[in-house]
Write a protein that binds this ligand. Sequence first.
Ligand SMILES: C[C@@H](O)[C@H](NC(=O)OP(=O)(O)OC[C@H]1O[C@@H](n2cnc3c(N)ncnc32)[C@H](O)[C@@H]1O)C(=O)O
Ligand SMILES: Nc1ncnc2c1ncn2[C@@H]1O[C@H](COP(=O)(O)OP(=O)(O)OP(=O)(O)O)[C@@H](O)[C@H]1O
Ligand SMILES: [Fe+2]
Length: 566
Amino acid sequence: MTEDRPLRVLGIEGTAWAASAAIYETRDPSVGSADEHVAIESRAYEPSSGGLHPREAAEHMREAIPAVVDWALDHARERAEKESLPGDAERSAPIDAVDASTSPRPQAPVDAVAFSRGPGLGPCLRITGTAARALAQRLGVPLVGVNHMLAHLEIGRHRAGFSDPIGLNASGANAHVLGYRNGKYRVLGETMDTGVGNAIDKFAREVGWSHPGGPTVEAHARDGEYVELPYVVKGMDFSFAGLSSAAQAAVADHPVEDVCRGLEETIFAMLTEVAERALALTGRDELVVGGGVANNARLQGMLEAMAAHRDADLYIPEPRFLSDNAGMIAVLGAKQFAAGDTLAIDESAVDSNYRPDAVPVTWRADPPRERGSDLVQGAEATVTIEGDRVVKERVPRAYRHPDLDRRLRAERTRQEARLLADARRAGVPTPVVRDVEPRAGRLVVQRVGESDLDRVMTTDRAARMGRLLAGLHDAGIAHGDPTVRNARVCGDGTLVLIDFGLGYYSDHPEDLAMDLHVFARSLAGTTDAPDRYRAAAERAYLGAGGARAVLDRVGAITGRGRYQGG
Ligand SMILES: C[C@@H](O)[C@H](NC(=O)OP(=O)(O)OC[C@H]1O[C@@H](n2cnc3c(N)ncnc32)[C@H](O)[C@@H]1O)C(=O)O
Ligand SMILES: Nc1ncnc2c1ncn2[C@@H]1O[C@H](COP(=O)(O)OP(=O)(O)OP(=O)(O)O)[C@@H](O)[C@H]1O
Ligand SMILES: [Fe+2]
């Protein structure tokens, strides 16, 4: 902003439970700071019983949105009156003499109105959208449509001053890990079923606790002993459905405090693990977190321990920016407004399934891309090269409960050794296993290849990867994590598959399809021509026995990340 008066943006949030409005005032929305001005007013909807009822929530929005917006406008007017404006002639110009796109806020207290366009509950979104449109028109200022999920992460990037972090969204209706690349935020991993907050809230409701259950579960977990529950991570995707039902069943045999502890330990270890995998895959060293569940002290502690372990910078926004709030909408709205990313009223429809990776990112530049050092720091193991051997050690993870940690390290080491050998016998190139000590989490294998695939990706190599997966699947093995970092390229161009730690035996199309999905995801997160590589791999994969059925499932998985409210 070059003018001497600041930019002031009104944000409105109303996707599910929080009716919220905020005023963000700044001289430069590309630079955040801890003392910048963000004023937020929110009214929470409390369900009469059970979980969120969309109709009731919409009724709440109808009542509360006008009230919080009035509060925010009053606040903006007070701020505007305090501005010293020597010679600010345009402020008093009549509205119709000024082109709102070049010189906004002729008389209005704000320069733009930003609103949550989705994802969220349809009836709530429509009320919020209508309010935002009416207000922008009445004030004669532009309207900005904000993706709620990106707002959850951009507020952290903004306040931290990070340039290119990985983002972990831990909210009620969602759970995903995002990384920016070439104009879009790419989904690196996400829940295969419910949102993380919903999974916890559902368990809490079954136990008879009121909504939202997250804070109640947290309070009980503090006095609990860990109990084992299903831990499901596939590549960088994860699942909570089986976990929720197992936790409900476990209440019959264990004190509820213990089940709460098991639930938290398991769910948050899954989220921390995928966040770490995303950092390792993309070679980044900054992490931001967003969403209501990120209020949880145990999740925060796990992420802190993980980040410290790998020397990454972690930023957790203050609580008022974690749970749904209009402050994050106003801040991202201001960035979009400054980039000219505004909406025509007749193109401003809300979208209850608005995916974060569907948003063209107008407000930030591409960072310089380099993969730092050659030091090998996998997501879960330390890999040491000793001559023609590679020693892979699954070192204990301090963020995990010791019982869960022991179990995962031993299981994965044992399974990896078995699958490497079986794949090899089936004709799929893998390193020869020299030694395995599951309890120590230690595996010694033959050193293979000259480079990881991500560094030397070509269409031909993508096709080779497709053929290797076809061979593996014909042998009844799902790799579990076939990213571009888990294939090695030899001098003659052939590929060798490594890292079977998440692999398992299966011939279900859904499981096998996950492999192709994980590979495609990793292409989008690390290369510049993901669609071409993906097409080449899938074409080559057609050589596999049940290829058609598997490829059909891949399509279904890719389209799966829908908003699941309530
Ligand atoms: C689309 C939008 O409407 C939705 N918003 C949303 O879910 O509200 P949010 O404020 O981000 O998160 C609410 C969730 O956050 C959980 N939560 C709040 N405090 C918690 C705590 N201390 N521990 C665990 N969960 C907590 C609640 O139980 C609830 O499930 C979303 O972002 O997915
Ligand atoms: N047999 C091998 N020969 C040569 N290099 C290897 C071998 N095994 C592993 N590496 C190198 O070490 C890196 C990490 O190994 P691996 O993927 O097995 O560990 P990880 O911790 O499970 O990693 P991630 O979970 O991030 O994929 C590989 O990307 C590769 O560069
Ligand atoms: Fe949210």
